[in-house]
Design a binder for this molecule. Structure first.
Ligand SMILES: Nc1nc2c(ncn2[C@@H]2O[C@H](COP(=O)(O)OP(=O)(O)OP(=O)(O)O)[C@@H](O)[C@H]2O)c(=O)[nH]1
Ligand SMILES: [Mg+2]
Length: 229
């Protein structure tokens, strides 16, 4: 499996969307990134990995955060089969990059899981943040908990548990795309229960909707916090 760079932009494009990221390039200077060979250059990459079950919205989340439909998504079948990135150059010399890395989903089949988990392991070690995607309308965490136990436990401080599909939280409303007070109450309860079940601090659990562009600031803010610990 290889990493394909789908899009490349200057970091200004991202900080225009999320102004609180302004000092991220400076703060990341304290750390060395992953050495990456691209074309004839060697660069330092600061990688954010998106992990979770197939169809939970990893690719949609990268599209929502970056504001570009760079990643393919699918309503029907397992979609992402390789590692794909959207990258932001952090300096004028283009030697340092912030990278949003989309990975294939787990729990599609045992065969693909074995293949993908080997890929994850290789990438986890070097990454700066793991966005672990769950869904607001799902509550079977068996596979996710096994992955946390077997592969992710050394990286807990770097993880954001991202509860996607907040628009599908009950009671759903057809009238508006804004969340109702009752939905927000239920999403807050979900945050607390996920935080307990996964033994993660509540601040590292965020709900949002990639489709309806709800709460993306909170998600990006928590990614920023995890990258700069
Ligand atoms: N209602 C709702 N649907 C969403 C949201 N985010 C993603 N989806 C839908 O969920 C489906 C799967 O999304 P993808 O982004 O392809 O999921 P993925 O996790 O990348 O899937 P794999 O590549 O197979 O691992 C698509 O039909 C999306 O439109 C959301 O916030 N709300
Ligand atoms: Mg995908």
């Amino acid at each position: 499996m290889q990493i394909t760079i789908t899009r490349e932009y200057h970091f200004d494009k991202l900080s225009a969307r999320f102004p609180f990221l302004e000092y991220l390039p400076e703060e990341l200077r304290r750390h060395s990134g992953r050495i990456f060979n691209r074309d004839e250059r060697t660069t330092e990459d600061y990688q954010i990995l998106f992990i979770g079950k197939s169809g939970y919205g990893k690719s949609s989340t990268i599209n929502a955060l970056t504001g570009h439909n760079a990643m393919q998504t699918s309503d029907i079948e397992a979609c992402t089969k390789d590692a794909f990135t959207v990258e932001y150059s952090l300096n004028a010399q283009k030697t340092r990059y912030l990278s949003f890395c989309d990975l294939p989903g787990i729990a599609e089949s045992e065969k693909t899981d074995n293949e993908y988990l080997a890929l994850y392991e290789n990438m986890l070690y070097h990454c700066f943040c793991i966005v672990y995607v769950l869904r607001a309308d799902m509550r079977d965490y068996t596979r996710d908990l096994a992955l946390f136990r077997d592969k992710l436990s050394p990286y807990r401080a770097r993880i954001v548990i991202a509860i996607n599909c907040a628009d599908k939280a009950e009671p759903t409303s057809r009238e508006s795309t804004d969340l109702t007070g009752e939905q927000i109450d239920n999403l807050e309860r979900k945050r607390s229960s996920v935080s307990q079940i996964f033994h993660m601090p509540k601040e590292q659990v965020i709900y949002y909707s990639a489709r309806e562009r709800i709460n993306l600031d909170a998600l990006m803010h928590q990614i920023y916090n995890r990258m700069t610990i």
